[in-house]
Each structure stands twice: as C-alpha cells, then as structure tokens.
Design a protein around this ligand. Sequence first.
Ligand code: PLP
Length: 445
Amino acid sequence: MDHFLYKDGRLYCEEVALEAIAERVGTPCYVYSRRTLLDHYQRLAEAFAPLDPLICYSIKSCSNLAICRTLAEAGAGMDLVSGGELHRAQLAGVDPARCVYAGVGKTDGEIRQALEASVGWFNVESESEFRTISALAQETSRRCRAALRVNPDVNPGTHRYTTTGKRETKFGVDIERAEAFFETYGRDRNCVLVGIHLHIGSGVNSTEPFVTSMRKICGLIDALVAGGHRIEMLDIGGGFGADYETHQAPPASEYAAQLVPLLLGRVKKGLQIVIEPGRTITANAGVLLLRVLFVKSSGRRRFVICDGGMNTLLRPSHYGAFHFIWPCRVRAEHVPPHRRERMDLAGLVEVDVVGPICESGDFLAQDRHLPPLGRGDLLVVFSTGAYGMVMASRYNSMPLPAEVLVEGRSARVVRHRERYDDLTAHEREPAAIFASDGPRRMLDG
Ligand SMILES: *Cc1c(COP(=O)(O)O)cnc(C)c1O
C-alpha cells in the first residue's frame, strides 16, 4: 500500500509527477510520500491500540529530520541506537522520556549524553554495559531506568545479517542468563532494571517467530515476578515486514491479532508495552529516482548503467535484497498491473541494473525484465524508504543524494544534494596532534 501510482504512463508520488522532481532536483534522489508514511504508522498504531503501546519509531531505518518530525507529530517516540540518533530525536522535538536507547556498543560519552537527556529506558545488552551505565548514573547523579535485552533464541527466517534474536549473535543476553542477571543487578539504585527488551530480527515476514519468542518472554517475566522483581515494561522490538513484493509481509493487523491476546492481560495489570517499528513504516514510503547513463552489452549480459548504485542504495549488494525497479514513464502496455507483481514478459528485455561504482558487486538488480531503456531515461527503485539513504556512502567520492518529501501537491527538498565542497569539508585544514620532531611534545590541535 502506497501513494506511488502511474497516471497516463507517468509515475506520481501523491499528486506530484516524479519527472518534475528529477528536473528540479536532479538524480539520484530519494522521494518520500508523507501520506504513505502516516498511513503505515496509523495502521500499526490502530492494530496495537488495545495494548496502548508507546510506539518508538526506529530512527535508523530513515533518519531524515523531516521524517522524524512527521512521525513525532503523529505521536511517535523514538528507538535510538546511538548518540547521533538521540541528537536527531531532540532536534525533531521528541521528548527523550519517550525514547528507548539500545545498541551493543554505547560509549561512555553516549551514555552520559543519554543520562543528561533523561531517556525513557536504556536497553542493556551485557553485564559490563549495565555496570558502566550504573557507575555513570551514580557519578552524574542521574538515576535511570533500564530494560534487559534478552535473546529468546528464535530463528526469524530472515537474512543472516538481519537475524538478531538467535543465540550466538552479538545482541542481548541469552534467555537462560536473564534471571541470574536480575538477581545480580535487579536491585541497583542508580540504574533501575524494570523491563525486558527483545528484537528478534528485521524483515520478519511471518507472525510465528514473534509468537514463539513472546511465549518464552512471558514465561521469563512470570519467573522474574515470582522471584520478587518488578517488571513494568516490555519492549517487543521491531522487525515487522514490508511489502517489497505484493503481499510479501503480513499486514500490521495480522501481527497484532497474534500478539495482542498474548499480552492484553498483562497490560491490564499495568505492564507498559513498547514497539520499535522501522521498515514497516518507512520502506514503502520512499522511492529512489535514478537516471540511465548508458546501456551496454557484455557477452550475453545487458547492463543498464545508472547514476547511482551501491553508494546510493546498498541493500541489493549487501543483503541480496529485492527492489522492484521500473521506468518513470512507460507506454500503456507496460504499466505494471500492480507495480510489485511479476508480469507478462512480452516486450521486456532482460538486464542487470548497475551503478557507476568501481566494484563488480555494484548492482541494484540482476537478471531483471524491464521495458526497453535508453540513455536519459528515468528509473524508479521502489520501496527504498527504509535502509536506503541512511546506508548511502560517498564511496568513489560521490556526493550524497538529495531527499524530497511530498505532501499532496507540494514537494520540499528535505536534504540538499551534497556538493564537492561537502566531500572535502573536513579535510581542508589538517590539524596536528603530535609535532613531527618527536612524540613527547603534544600539541592541542
Ligand atoms: C533496527 C532495529 C529496529 C527496527 O527494525 P525494523 O526491521 O526496521 O523494524 C528495532 N529495534 C532495534 C533494537 C533495532 O536494532
């Protein structure tokens, strides 16, 4: 479900033609639909409403401030994994008390920053991290609350790079160790351990792994309560799927239908539920616009070479991710019935869609059937709102692309295309940290 639709052979985002955006802003360019973003947020909020959860949007999926502000205005808190994300949440006007802060590698500086801001909860991933947060909370006289990230040892059936809730990932502590963890740290006065956090993976396209892990977690909570611990909060994480292809992921209502009954009784007794959705809100709310530079044949393969590749969208080469790609302007017979459905191959050409980067792994799609393309055509890479721009790099000294947010008939540039000056901004005035005549004299930079 989204608001990117073909009208008279041209693709529109809400009421704005994507060709018009490319003309004004150039390519590569990410374009987001505000209506789609809010629709996905509202569907999730409505589906889980019986649990009255705090919905903490996972900033890392799409961290543009305009996106964060839009979701904050709709009522979202934020799920953070770094001090930089806390900074963004604050700039977007989010109350840090409505934020959870996870991440396996929090630095002392980041922990101090989060204590200073009074974030709602630290989601703690190890004993050593807990001791560090507690010590820093004491040192700064800032009490804080924490949830323990527990690893339920469930296989979410996603790519191994996005599997986080199995034993033998670097995330959280194994569920068998959770009770001992609470025995040791559950009475800490500086960092008050009151919650359980889990996040089993990303792009979990079935409800079953959620149900299995939730049953395990409920058992754990009962054991903890029986052991005299107070559990006020359960953060069930994110990871809900998105439709990269039609009907690939269950709708929010289906996840909720499975999870609400498991948790409703506890919520009525005062348990606060937190959800951390990212992809399911943002993936279909964005597309990437590219310009075809050249078309060439090499042996039996045909390459469509675009002005953006793995530097602009890493997911295909990093995870082997599928993104539907289609021209911005098409003849009537080539308007896809639904744009993420495979279609009649008549009149289509098999191609690899690749970028300009000097790596053979730089591709956006392989062995894909597309209408015939030529130099100057505009291509659209769909469902790139999540983990698109946020993973873009300047590799090969390519400036980062522009980002545009569409609302109805209006379109705003919400991140300017970088210029060459931006590439070198931090290299202009080299600063000495050691004098060249020996290591003993230190300069203060
Ligand atoms: C990445 C992440 C999320 C969001 O994952 P999605 O698949 O985008 O929903 C939620 N919680 C944590 C801890 C994460 O690391």
